[in-house]
Ligand binder design. Structure first.
Ligand code: SAM
Length: 269
């Protein structure tokens, strides 16, 4: 049964007495409190990100002739806005009303009106009634699903909203390197603006708890599931994607421990 989507979000993050015990796929709605979302753009630094990503996603989409794109993890709207600017027809979905409001505002300031849909991935097709050339799920978002069934369900919903020759582009942090202790906790994590530190506070097989500390002294956390690359590739194949190519920090060839991010490009046929 579909749990109701939250419309009233608490003012502060609250992980209770045992933060390491919080491993639920619904938690993301409460994690993105307004004060954290307001800081998010500082965290991901749109200019720095654009320099790092270059035209990677736009090229991937254009190579496949994609025009109609569903951004399922809109967040504060970075990719939706980039793609609108590049001429794609974009629909922007997210399960967090706080994120969607921020995205709408960010896009409006840049002269675009976002077409938004408030939906949880696991029940996406109850709210999305169209078919797309591409679904994008970027910025290490899929990590918010803490349960194997939820991941399968979400991927199946993404699959169903794609046209027969559609493509899913989904990225993830390189958790293998973290789990296998190949990177130091002091490593400077990709996507960060200058005014913030992101560091893993706790990592085990089913939890990566990160702390985000900002210059003004404010601190936030995210409890995420540490996805292994091979597991993710396997899941995508199991839900029906015929071909899955994985890039490391936007490159086709890379050493396993090196990239901060993996980007999976999964084709339906
Ligand atoms: N893509 C954006 C970026 O790169 O900046 C946002 C990334 S943010 C880490 C993850 C986003 O995924 C949040 O906006 C969150 O609300 C959304 N999200 C997480 N789990 C979700 C779910 N089950 N259904 C819908 N949205 C979800």
């Amino acid at each position: 049964m579909q749990p109701p989507l939250r419309t009233e979000i608490p003012k502060h993050q609250d992980y209770g007495e045992d933060p390491l015990a919080v491993r639920e796929s619904e938690k993301y709605q409460e994690e993105y409190v307004e004060s954290f979302v307001d800081k998010w753009d500082e965290l991901i630094d749109w200019d720095g990100r654009s320099a790092a990503e270059g035209q990677f996603f736009i090229q991937q989409l254009r190579e496949r002739g994609a025009k109609k794109v569903l951004d399922v993890a809109t967040g504060t709207g970075y990719h939706s806005v980039q793609l609108l600017k590049a001429g794609f027809e974009v629909t922007s979905a997210d399960g967090s009303p706080v994120m969607l409001a921020k995205a709408f505002e960010n896009a409006r300031r840049q002269g675009h009106i976002l077409r938004t849909i408030h939906a949880d991935w696991r029940w996406l097709n109850r709210s999305v009634h169209d078919l797309y050339d591409a679904v994008i799920c970027l910025g290490n978002s899929f990590t918010h699903l803490h349960d194997d069934n939820d991941r399968r369900k979400a991927l199946a919903e993404f699959y169903a909203t794609l046209k027969h020759d559609g493509v899913l582009i989904l990225d993830q942090r390189n958790y293998d390197a973290l789990l296998d202790h190949q990177v130091q906790p002091t490593h400077n994590f990709y996507y960060c603006g200058d005014n913030v530190r992101a560091e893993p506070e706790h990592v085990d097989d089913s939890l990566a708890r990160f702390k985000y500390s900002f210059n003004d002294g404010s601190e936030f956390h995210l409890n995420m599931f540490p996805l292994r690359k091979r597991y993710m590739q396997g899941l995508m194949r199991e839900v029906g994607f015929q071909r899955v190519d994985t890039y490391g920090d936007f490159q086709e060839t890379y050493r396993e421990a090196e990239p901060d991010f993996f980007i999976h490009v999964a084709e339906k046929e």
